[in-house]
Design a protein around this ligand. Structure first.
Ligand code: ATP
Ligand code: SKM
Ligand code: MG
Length: 188
């Protein structure tokens, strides 16, 4: 069985990048990094504070630096922030340094999954559905252009999503041996 490359998760807010990334890394016994969390740890402040004080451009600059560092690691799983694909530097780093998985869900699911959250500054507004629809229109082409595979996360447990990612990634790196991939033993 061929070694897997770095696995990078992209996709919109609430698609499950952080949740699935952690599970996926545990399954592969690999380190897991979440770029949003790493930015907060380095800055010593949460994302709403960074947006308040430095604006979105300040946050994006920190994100470019963090994604550059995380994508240079080896044998890792990295969950990115929902807007990482907005910057060309990030798209290039992700594409060149690993296999990129686009986690996709519906706006309806995003609304449910992010309903009580106060840590996503771009969703602290009255018209969240409109904002999410507009983001989908602007970002879906970027997620598609950056990713190697797309996996839906609505109406599926995180465990089932992890299994599908592994099946598809193994098939991508080694089509002939994918059938005997170890993840086939993982229960749903
Ligand atoms: N497949 C799933 N089924 C049901 N709930 C899920 C699924 N994946 C994630 N969730 C839930 O959705 C919420 C948002 O997930 P998560 O924080 O992983 O999203 P994210 O893609 O990392 O978002 P962001 O871009 O804002 O960091 C969490 O409460 C998580 O438990
Ligand atoms: O979709 C976005 O632009 C964002 C998503 C989050 O992961 C954070 O990176 C931040 O809240 C911005
Ligand atoms: Mg996240």
């Amino acid at each position: 069985m061929q070694d897997l490359p770095n696995l990078f998760l992209i996709g919109p807010m609430g698609a499950g990048k952080s949740t699935i990334g952690r599970l996926l890394a545990a399954e592969l016994s690999r380190p897991f990094y979440d770029s949003d969390h790493a930015i907060q740890d380095r800055c010593g402040a949460d994302i709403p504070w960074i947006f308040d004080v430095e604006g979105e451009p300040g946050f994006r600059q920190r994100e470019i630096q963090m994604i550059d560092e995380l994508t240079r690691l080896s044998d890792v799983v990295v969950a990115t922030g929902g807007g990482a694909v907005l910057r060309e530097e990030n798209r290039r780093a992700l594409r060149e340094r690993g296999t990129v998985v686009y986690l996709m869900t519906t706006v309806e699911q995003q609304l449910k999954r992010t309903a009580k959250d106060r840590n996503r500054p771009l969703l602290q507004c009255a018209n969240r559905e409109q904002v999410l629809n507009d983001m989908f229109a602007a970002r879906d082409p970027l997620y598609r252009a950056t990713s190697d595979i797309t996996v839906r996360t609505d109406r599926r447990s995180p465990r089932a999503v992890v299994n599908e990612i592994l099946r598809r990634v193994y098939r991508l790196v080694d089509p002939l041996e994918a059938v005997s991939a170890p993840h086939k033993k993982v229960s749903q």
